[in-house]
Design a protein around this ligand. Structure first.
Ligand code: FAD
Length: 344
């Protein structure tokens, strides 16, 4: 007689990049997964970071961060070619993974940069006074999220959208978690991947969790009518600011780093500041139209270090949150780690 194995039921709280990749990894490991999202997955409603980000799959000046941050980011970045190929193949939606390279312009500490790149096997090329990292890649966030949503559906992951989990009250084990629709959701394990909103959800049970929203505003230029020769092919970084060219002639210019709580407003002052910086790097942008301006709330944490752990006193609660500036890059590695904690 064969004994049937009952799949572990896991609820993932939050459908951003961290939640979706966590759900995918858990499903691939044989769990029965539900993603609960208060809005719609792959949409931008109220500041979700994963839709809003620039799509650079590498830290900006990684030599300025701790080894733990870079270990997650480099592992995450290394998994993207395979993830994006599978997404395109399985769903027909192309996240446009492109190894466009990143050109770093001064000021930066060249000796430190070259030393870090050599130690981490990152190729470099000196271009005048600039440093080119040719392996740095990018994706298009909205397309990546749409493809992931589609793949989750194809993998029989349940997507419970327009459903918000209520703040958790202290307990040793979660028997059921209340939603704003009056339902109580039950599972063997729960994973919180609710980004900038994680602390609001867990403050009664995780007072030490240091995650707060950090707003980023970003502009989208349309350069599709300009001569191809005028368009940069690399991501360009200068002094805390970057330009990210897309294959269809659109170009992102960002971003701001603002500590303004859950306010997702875009402001005229920041739009102007971003335009000045963008046009200093690439003067031809003066003749291009800004076709979109938006903001997102990053899950800000000290030292950019996320929490990927089992809750110390609630046995069936896991956290995968606080990826701050590099959540897109880190998400595949972070998903791998939290899935191992739940499944192994
Ligand atoms: C302007 C900008 C540029 C960026 N650029 C880059 C970049 O180039 N490269 C990079 O690696 N990273 C970048 N980032 C950072 C990256 O976007 C984030 O670190 C990452 O998206 C965080 O993902 P997340 O899934 O944790 O959060 P989110 O995408 O915010 O997802 C959290 C989800 O949880 C849901 N939620 C919250 N509370 C509840 C609840 N109670 N019940 C149900 N659902 C809930 C929210 O609606 C949301 O959809 C950028 C961010 C911004 C804002």
């Amino acid at each position: 007689m064969t004994k049937s194995v009952v799949a572990k039921k896991v609820i993932v709280v939050g459908g951003g990049i961290v939640g979706c990749l966590t759900a995918l990894r858990l499903a691939q490991r044989g769990c029965q997964v539900t993603v609960v999202e208060r809005n719609q997955i792959a949409a931008q409603t109220s500041g979700e970071a994963s839709w809003a980000g620039a799509g650079i799959l590498f830290p900006l000046l990684p030599w300025m961060y701790k080894d733990e941050v870079n270990a997650l980011a480099l592992r995450g970045a290394s998994l993207y070619p395979q993830i994006c190929a599978a997404l395109k193949h399985e769903t027909g939606i192309d996240p446009e993974y492109t190894q466009s390279g990143m050109l770093i312009q001064p000021p930066f500490d060249a000796a430190l940069a070259l030393d870090w790149c050599a130690k981490n096997n990152i190729k470099t090329q000196q271009v005048g006074e600039n440093l080119l990292l040719p392996q740095v890649a990018q994706v298009r966030n909205p397309r990546l999220m749409q493809a992931l949503k589609q793949l989750l559906i194809q993998q029989n992951v349940t997507l419970l959208e327009s459903t918000q989990l209520e703040p958790l009250t202290n307990t040793h084990k979660i028997d059921g978690w209340k939603t704003n629709t009056g339902k109580v959701l039950k599972a063997d394990s729960f994973v919180v991947t609710s980004g900038a909103w994680s602390f609001e959800l867990l403050k009664d049970t995780a007072a030490g969790l240091n995650v707060k929203p950090m707003r980023g505003q970003i502009l989208l230029y349309d350069l599709s009518h300009q001569a191809v020769a005028d368009l940069p092919t690399n991501i360009i970084y200068r002094d805390g600011f970057y330009l990210v060219p897309r294959s269809d002639g659109l170009l992102l210019a960002g971003s701001t780093l603002e500590d303004v709580g859950f306010d997702t407003t875009t402001t005229g002052a920041m739009r102007q500041a971003l335009q000045v910086k963008a046009e200093n790097i690439l003067p031809s942008l003066k003749h291009a139209a800004v076709i979109k301006h938006w903001s997102g709330l990053r899950p800000g944490t000290p030292d950019n270090l996320p929490t990927i752990a089992q809750h110390p006193s609630i046995e069936n609660l896991f956290l995968n949150t606080g990826h701050f500036r590099y959540g897109l890059t880190m998400a595949p590695a972070s998903a791998e780690r939290v899935a191992a904690l739940i499944c192994d």
